[in-house]
Write a protein that binds this ligand. Structure first.
Ligand code: SF4
Length: 239
């Protein structure tokens, strides 16, 4: 089986616990205005790689990543669900910890088998307000919230990720609603608050795409601190 892969990182320290081999897969159906990887959006692009070829490379690093594992990221890895499931299944056979970094926007029926192969799901919730999510990603949040319910039922560990973009996702009332919603789930072991940055802006230019956030600045430290305090109020382990 072949998959479309954008690139790999062999010393990932941000996408799950420990040192990780991170596979950035091609394809994403969302169009987040703050995306820093628009070069992954197209599905049939990048390097066509078989599961066996990818596993051969992963296994070269098996000792190196023993404190961590393998994370499938993107793009949206669940747009290639059969490939993702196969890679994660192979990793598990070799005793390697597995994670999927997803926006959760796909219907569960299309990707449940891949999710079931992951030890950990990094779930990027764009906004608790579905209309706002629709406005700056192109899709509402119904599927991601449904996926979170499924992860709770499956007792699957989850790290929530939430990008703070001034003017888009930093509304304190929305943050409060999100924190309150998350506080009902027992599987969430951590919440990552990720400040918006513009490191990917040049990619939009290279692709001939219009970047709407050119004048948006990264959030102030005080704003991030206040947002973290809101999550902590709901007993969430915020990082
Ligand atoms: S989900 Fe991720 S890869 Fe897809 S558009 Fe949004 S930020 Fe970019």
């Amino acid at each position: 089986m072949e998959g479309y892969i954008h690139s790999v990182e062999t010393y990932g320290t941000l996408d799950g616990p420990g040192i990780r081999y991170v596979v950035f897969m091609q394809g994403c159906a969302l169009r987040c205005k703050y995306c820093h990887n628009p070069d992954t959006w197209q599905l049939q692009a990048g390097n066509k790689t078989t599961v066996q070829e990818l596993m051969e490379d992963i296994l070269k690093y098996k000792n190196f990543i023993k404190s961590g594992g393998v994370t499938l990221s993107g793009g949206e890895p669940l747009l290639q669900p059969d490939y993702a499931a196969e890679v994660l299944k192979e990793c598990r056979k070799h005793g390697i910890h597995t994670a999927i970094d997803t926006s959760g926007e796909l219907p569960l029926i299309t990707c449940r088998h891949a999710i079931d192969e992951a030890d950990l799901v990094l779930l990027d919730i764009k906004s608790i307000d579905s209309a706002k999510a629709l406005c700056f990603t192109g899709k509402g949040n119904e599927n991601v919230l449904r996926l979170l319910d499924y992860l709770e039922e499956s007792k699957k560990e989850v790290w929530i990720r939430h990008v703070i973009v001034p003017g888009l996702t930093d509304d304190y009332e929305d943050i409060e609603k999100l924190a309150e919603h998350l506080s009902h789930y027992t599987v969430i072991s951590r919440v990552d608050i990720l400040p918006f940055h513009k490191l990917g802006e040049y990619k939009w230019e290279e692709l001939g795409l219009m970047y709407e956030l050119g004048s948006t600045q990264p959030p102030e430290k005080e704003s991030i601190a206040k947002i973290k305090t809101i999550f902590r109020k709901y007993k969430l382990n915020v990082v």
